[in-house]
Design a protein around this ligand. Structure first.
Ligand SMILES: Cc1cc2nc3c(=O)[nH]c(=O)nc-3n(C[C@H](O)[C@H](O)[C@H](O)COP(=O)(O)OP(=O)(O)OC[C@H]3O[C@@H](n4cnc5c(N)ncnc54)[C@H](O)[C@@H]3O)c2cc1C
Length: 404
């Protein structure tokens, strides 16, 4: 693998860097620095700027708005976004459901959903997990029965409950896995439905996570009428589309570029933060070793990701590598937050922005980074659970690679 950037790649990096510097909204930057919870409009502000530029969905087929970038350009793009600490484009529409739609959908479905998703006009949520079906996703029990509506059209009548549904409080549409044949083998009776979240019978209730944020929800579906034309792919074959989507979801979770930026930031923090002996933490051999170990693991992950990207460029879809990238990427992201919290020391006592100060939620003191260290630490615990837990990814590797 030639690791030198070609002159055109260097020029591309410059173009991207300038674009971000000139176009990233300063008010968004301000909110990020203050650690404020982002609103729907905040999330969409950067999305819409990128859509206008034509850069919001680099991996899509060019026919639908993809950039046609080389793997190196895509890599540079993710590095530059991390370097500038831009908020990520949410994956649910752009990198999860859209690849399913352009791979398995009908022409009418592509026409209806791809462009508005690209432009940030449809906010998607993912309705896979249920209270009794997470790791064992194929055991899901939300039921969809075919009925004929009063208008004479064919519908599914959907009843059940989904959980952990990220940002469903903002969603216009959701992609749901439902059971259409309860008599069939688990994986064979599932269908993939697109559901308008405004349909009567849908209730979204918040779940508050340990970092105090409202990111996830429970979604209840009671006699929700979904037109049959909203089904993607064949009835009872939804598992094929569901698995395809999960591979895309997992490889996106690795977050290599963001962790690289995180290590740089950690070094800066450790250089300015005194250790037990009063000297900067960065000169403490134990702390330095922890950063070095993290950096070595991250470099190894980076090359694995580059190999995967090169494979994708040759038409090999993300396979079992996505499990590996997910495990290592999330572990590294969590270790980073462990070290930032360690650097914060006693200033890293939990403080939840927006919560009352009575009852132990005292206003933060100490260096500015320390106030956000605990919430980020708590928030990152989710990464080894979602997208299929890391234990489940290890099972996949054991089966597919080791043949166990
Ligand atoms: C913050 C957050 C956001 C999420 N967002 C979404 C979303 O938007 N949409 C959505 O559909 N889902 C979402 N999820 C759900 C996520 O995919 C599930 O939490 C995950 O698949 C694990 O399922 P579970 O929570 O039911 O845990 P369980 O399956 O009950 O697992 C509990 C524990 O047992 C372990 N375990 C289970 N089976 C095995 C096994 N066979 N071998 C070894 N260990 C095993 C697991 O690793 C885990 O540690 C989200 C989760 C979180 C935490």
């Amino acid at each position: 693998m030639n690791l030198d950037f070609a002159p055109e790649d260097v020029a591309f990096r410059e173009e991207v860097r300038t674009f971000i510097a000139e176009n990233y909204p300063p008010e968004l930057r301000g909110k990020q620095e203050e650690g404020e919870e982002l609103s729907k409009a905040d999330f969409l502000a950067w999305h819409k700027i990128l859509a206008k530029k034509g850069w919001v969905a680099p991996s899509w087929p060019q026919q639908w708005g993809g950039t046609g970038w080389t793997p190196t350009q895509k890599y540079i793009w993710s590095e530059e976004q991390a370097r500038a600490d831009t908020i990520p484009v949410l994956p649910f529409g752009i990198s999860m459901v859209s690849p399913v739609i352009y791979t398995f959908g009908t022409e009418a479905q592509k026409e209806k959903f791809l462009k508005p998703t690209y432009n940030g006009e449809i906010w998607w949520c993912q309705g896979y997990s249920e209270p009794g079906a997470g790791s064992d996703l194929a055991g899901l029990s939300t039921r969809a029965e075919r009925i004929t509506g009063d208008d004479g059209k064919a519908y599914y009548l959907v009843n059940g409950q989904k959980t952990w549904t990220t940002l469903a409080q903002y969603a216009d549409w959701g992609f749901f896995l439902v059971r259409t044949d309860p008599a069939a083998k688990k994986q064979e009776g599932i269908s993939f439905l697109l559901i308008d979240m405004k349909t009567p019978g849908i209730t979204v209730r918040p779940l508050i996570t340990i970092d105090g944020g409202h990111e996830v929800n429970e979604v209840f579906l009671e006699n929700v009428k979904v037109p049959v034309e909203n089904r993607i792919f064949e009835e009872n074959k939804g598992w094929t589309a569901a698995k395809f989507l999960l591979a895309h979801e997992r490889s996106g979770i690795a977050g290599v570029a963001r962790s690289k930026r995180g290590i740089e930031r950690l070094r800066g923090i450790a250089a300015g933060q005194p250790g037990d002996d009063g000297a900067p933490l960065l000169s403490d051999p134990m702390f330095k070793r922890k950063i070095a170990e993290l950096e070595i693991d991250l470099t190894a992950l980076e090359y694995t990701e580059l190999r995967t990207l090169a494979g994708e460029a040759q038409g090999k879809g993300p396979g079992v590598e996505s499990s590996l990238l997910k495990i290592k990427g999330t572990e590294i992201g969590q270790r980073l937050t462990d070290l930032v919290l360690e650097a914060a020391g006693h200033y890293g006592a939990p403080y939840f922005r927006g919560f009352p100060t009575e009852g132990g939620n005292a206003l933060p003191i100490g260096p500015e980074f320390a106030a956000r260290a605990p919430t980020t630490y708590f928030n990152m615990r989710k990464t080894s659970i979602f997208g299929g837990s890391n234990e489940i990814q290890r099972n996949i590797i054991a089966k597919m690679v080791l043949g166990l």
